[in-house]
Design a protein around this ligand. Structure first.
Ligand SMILES: [Zn+2]
Ligand SMILES: [Zn+2]
Length: 389
């Protein structure tokens, strides 16, 4: 089959690789009909995620048709499914509590040690990412093996197009969980840092959950325009002082909840000693985490901080004093996609949520490298790339 593979920093290629096969009884093989490039893929593209090997197949946002099933898979050949990017067994301690992205069974034993060393516990499995998270071949390919196919895949009814449901794989539930983590109440103001896909879907979700006012912060004019079209007020941080503007827009109180949908490039994934050395040498860490620091300073006393943005290691100059003295609460984590799938599918089917506005470019899988380069370089116009194998 053809698949997009990693070959080093800013070097991804579509090449011919072996077809996937059923390994376990609960597996299914999906023939991919649509797949997207994610902001998280750019961390891989920039070569800042450890544990990515030459030849690894990337991609964790995909959907397709079931073409083969293991004997314990409930899926049927020909069914259309969207596959969550988090791989979960559905049976462990965490899955039983709907904390699917913390699944204890989806990261194979041989790749658990490094994440346990770094985080205190082994991480769960993700498609198309690092070997820290299982090294599973991703979905920017013609075919994918889907483990635990009785837990993850969302069966799509006829009548909904691929583009209408594709983002159930990651960015829609991620934006939704970011807003859910804000515990929004009637009359609340929610401020969102970053108008990438997750930030925009967090804006959309917060408004649906009843936020009185949502304020989006970015500097790309087109992305701010998309936020405005969803119903947000916007702040372009090149032209305004963010903290002053937020104070003014909230009667001096500050936002009730803040969302950091920026995150940071994960230079911090190395052990702390290496990080310190690197920081000394190259000055890393000076401004990374800026959005999170600003969000904490902006948040009203007693407010909530939600962090869907990806962080990998350590953050210095963290304003813990402001966080503690103002009595803030914090919720974060990789998305528990499976917890939100059915509710979000229903909302799409009923026309309450439309995510297709985000798609700026459609390319054949063969041109995926062009998609990566442009999504990386031209962030203003290239808001989301959908690939078709
Ligand atoms: Zn993603
Ligand atoms: Zn589990």
């Amino acid at each position: 089959m053809r698949a997009l593979t990693f070959h080093g920093k800013h070097d991804v290629r579509v090449e011919t690789v072996p077809d996937p096969e059923i390994v376990n009884p609960r597996d299914a093989i999906i023939e991919v009909t649509a797949t997207a490039i994610c902001g998280s893929d750019l961390h891989l593209y920039d070569g800042v995620i450890p544990g990515v090997h030459r030849g690894d197949i990337l991609g964790h946002e995909f959907m397709g048709r079931v073409v083969e099933t293991g004997r314990d898979s409930p899926l049927k050949k020909g069914q259309r499914v969207v596959v969550p990017f988090t791989i979960a067994c559905g049976k462990c301690f965490h899955c039983a509590r709907q904390q699917y992205s913390a699944c204890d069974n989806s990261n194979p034993a041989e790749t658990q040690d490094s994440s346990e060393l770094l985080y205190g516990h082994a991480l769960s499995g993700l498609f198309g990412y690092s070997h820290l998270t299982g090294g599973y071949p991703g979905g920017q390919a013609q075919y994918v093996r889907v483990p635990f196919s009785d837990v993850g895949p969302i069966v799509i009814p006829d009548g909904l197009s691929d583009e209408e449901v594709l983002f159930l794989s990651d960015i829609l539930p991620t934006g939704w969980m970011a807003a859910d983590n804000c515990d929004i109440e009637e009359g609340d103001t929610v401020a969102v840092w970053g108008c990438g896909p997750v930030g925009l879907f967090a804006v959309q979700s917060a408004l649906l959950m009843g936020a009185h006012q949502v304020i989006a912060i970015d500097h790309y004019p087109h992305r701010l325009e998309l936020a405005r079209a969803l119903g947000a007020k916007v702040i372009d941080y090149r032209h305004s002082h963010v903290l002053e503007a937020l104070r003014e827009m909230t009667g001096g109180l500050g936002p009730d909840a803040v969302i950091d949908a920026v995150g940071m490039e994960s230079h911090g994934l190395a052990p702390d000693a290496v990080l310190d050395a690197a920081k000394q040498t190259f000055g890393f860490g000076a401004d990374r985490g800026h959005a999170l620091r600003e969000a904490i300073l902006a948040c009203r006393k007693g407010g909530r901080v939600s962090v869907p943005g990806v962080y990998g290691g350590f953050l210095d100059k963290f304003p813990l004093g402001a966080f503690m003295e103002k009595g803030l609460q914090w919720r974060t984590g990789q998305t528990h996609v499976q917890k939100y799938s059915q509710d979000l599918l229903r909302r799409i089917g009923e026309g309450e949520i439309d995510t297709t506005f985000l798609i700026s470019h459609r390319l054949p899988l063969e041109e995926a490298a062009t998609g990566y380069a442009n999504f990386h370089e031209n962030k203003n116009e290239w808001t989301k790339v959908v690939l078709t194998p």
